[in-house]
Design a protein around this ligand. Structure first.
Ligand SMILES: *Cc1c(COP(=O)(O)O)cnc(C)c1O
Length: 407
């Protein structure tokens, strides 16, 4: 008897299908959580005349800095802008290398190219999909300037070994925390761990302002450089120029970018920041329900939730075990879509894209762990606006797809 027969025996008692009727309306994969408070605050900004970066952006920066325990927070137009400015502040330029996990969104690596430097990809940990510290250290060369860390799905990377490597090699760490607000590593909020941390407030993220981002750091020089380069390389905030105490005069000190946040976006951010514990509690409850429903199914691998961290649960990254199913990931997604459940895949490993593949001559099997995760991953809907019924619809749809296609 081979192992497959064992599996069949062990799962013989599982229910075949749930019998739950198919839902009528399509359940979107992600939705922002907007209340009347955000709407009123946005309207207030519009009526006030301050629609670009102004007093609410400043307040959002201060309150965000307090929440994550960072001395400096700079609100920006996106996490991509934050990642770019992080590398600019660290002086990354032509000839430099930046270590980047291959299992991430393209922005983590494209900003390295914007600086004229080269992203050096490393494979990830098979359980967490976060950067593999040993592989990161092995990738260090005399040209390495920065190590980038991505907190996949909102689960903080195991930072102690990474911080030890950074110290040993005198390298700064930039954290792509686009998924990781609010999250804790070993009791510390993400945002005051590495040298610079970058958050995203894109429409699908755990705090959503349409588009937006935040850069946090404990280093006053980096903060000053980022603030300068975020607004034309100008030596004073534009908004101060138009207030009573402002003056028309300014200097341009560098060829800066236009990466500031607007008060319209900050209006949304302020209220979601205040609601963060409730929002997280809702995502946590959905994750717990999914895990309790799927943990007993040998065809599925539920996402890790290790003791060392508090997960932000931006994504519920389920993985299938294709050897136990008669259909693959793509077919599962099609069946879930037929059951009116929206899903997504995180991530297509960067070395598969023509840009990175051709420019750095990478092969598909250069990063086997990332490829294994990619082939098996399905991101399920997980957002505070989902009703308990929506959550049960997802549980039933996944259970039924597995039941109909188990080997
Ligand atoms: C969303 C995301 C980004 C980009 O964020 P923007 O705010 O849209 O620029 C960067 N990295 C990761 C891992 C992301 O998921």
């Amino acid at each position: 008897m081979d192992t497959r027969d064992h599996a069949a025996t062990a799962t013989a008692s599982l229910p075949e299908t749930t019998g739950r009727p198919r839902r009528e309306a399509f359940l979107p994969f992600a939705l922002p959580h907007i209340t009347q408070a955000e709407i009123d605050e946005v309207v207030d900004s519009m009526r006030s005349g301050w629609i670009t970066g102004g007093p609410k952006t400043k307040r959002f920066e201060r309150e965000f800095a307090d929440v994550v325990g960072a001395p400096h927070a700079i609100a920006l137009s996106s996490a991509t802008a934050a990642l770019h400015l992080a590398l600019v502040a660290l002086g990354v330029g032509p000839g430099d290398e930046v270590i980047v996990p291959v299992y991430t969104f393209s922005a983590t690596a494209s900003v390295v190219i914007h600086c004229g430097a080269r992203p050096v990809f490393v494979d990830v940990d098979p359980v967490t999909n976060n950067i593999d510290p040993a592989r990161a250290e092995a990738a260090i060369t005399p040209r390495t300037k920065v190590i980038m860390v991505v907190h996949f799905a909102g689960l903080p990377a195991d930072m102690d070994p990474i911080l030890a490597i950074a110290r040993r090699h005198h390298l700064p760490i930039v954290e792509d925390a686009a998924h990781a607000f609010p999250a804790r590593y070993d009791g510390r909020m993400v945002g005051n761990i590495g040298d610079i941390t970058c958050f995203s407030f894109y429409a699908t993220k755990t705090l959503a302002t349409g588009d937006g981002g935040m850069l946090t750091t404990a280093n006053a020089e980096y903060a000053q450089r980022v603030a300068l380069m975020a607004l034309h390389g100008m030596n004073r905030d534009a908004w101060k120029r138009y207030t009573a105490e402002g003056s028309w005069y300014y200097e341009i000190l560098d060829a800066g970018f236009k990466y500031n946040m607007t008060d319209v976006a900050a209006s949304m951010g302020l209220h979601q920041l205040a609601r963060r514990e409730w929002l997280l509690g809702r995502r946590r409850a959905i994750a717990a329900r999914y895990t309790s429903a799927f943990a007993g199914m040998p065809e599925l691998e539920t996402p890790p939730d290790p003791k060392y961290a508090d997960h932000a649960w931006h994504l519920y990254a389920l993985r299938i075990r294709p050897e136990r199913l008669t259909i693959g990931r793509d077919e599962c997604i099609k069946r879930l879509s037929e059951a009116r459940i929206g899903t997504s895949v995180h991530f297509i490993p960067l070395h598969l894209f023509p840009l990175y593949r051709d420019r750095y001559e990478l092969k598909a099997d250069d990063f086997p762990v990332a490829m294994g995760s990619y082939a098996r991953e399905i991101s399920l809907p997980i957002y505070p606006g989902m009703s308990d019924d929506d959550v049960e619809d997802v549980v039933a749809a996944v259970t039924d797809v597995v039941a109909a296609h188990r080997r």
